[in-house]
Ligand binder design. Sequence first.
Ligand SMILES: CC(C)(COP(=O)(O)OP(=O)(O)OC[C@H]1O[C@@H](n2cnc3c(N)ncnc32)[C@H](O)[C@@H]1OP(=O)(O)O)[C@@H](O)C(=O)NCCC(=O)NCCS
Length: 158
Amino acid sequence: MRTEPLEQAMSAGVVFGPMNERDIPEVFEIERASFTAPWSEAMLLAELDNPVCISTVARLDVKTIGYIFARLIIDEGHIMDVAVHPEFRGRGIGPELIKGSIGQLVTMGCRTMFLEVRSSNMTARKMYTELGFEVIGRRNGYYRMPDDDAVVMTKRCG
Ligand SMILES: CC(C)(COP(=O)(O)OP(=O)(O)OC[C@H]1O[C@@H](n2cnc3c(N)ncnc32)[C@H](O)[C@@H]1OP(=O)(O)O)[C@@H](O)C(=O)NCCC(=O)NCCS
């Protein structure tokens, strides 16, 4: 999906921009450090090439330190995958990636955002709540390694 480039410099020197294939090895390293069942490099590449997907990375100098994949289906946005390098968490980079993606999707016609999050992932749930997402449901046994329910969250945005 073609989108306007998102270039936004933060005071800490973190720059946000479109993901490209050269980012995938570092994105994969963050993915492996962040999830017990990480996406493979092939899955990450397929998502990058998916015509309904937008993707953004956060960079500090030449290092990739965070990323997000989101999809737009008609007027519904879905956060598919978001993570920040463990050494760079707690600096607001995750929320900036999410807010930036929602902003992009709204310009493309998004009216409602959706996501699923592990019920045990209280850090992410708190972040989403602070960003205005509300819990609308639960998918029992949605996750493996370890078994966990998914909490479904949504946010009106258009
Ligand atoms: C969820 C995640 C993307 C948040 O990104 P972030 O850039 O750290 O977000 P924030 O800076 O807002 O910090 C969120 C919370 O992390 C916690 N935190 C702070 N410093 C931290 C650190 N050094 N390491 C880990 N967590 C930290 C704090 O509880 C903070 O909340 P607070 O600001 O209210 O105190 C990130 O923790 C991550 O990549 N987690 C693993 C992947 C994941 O769970 N993705 C979401 C799947 S739905």
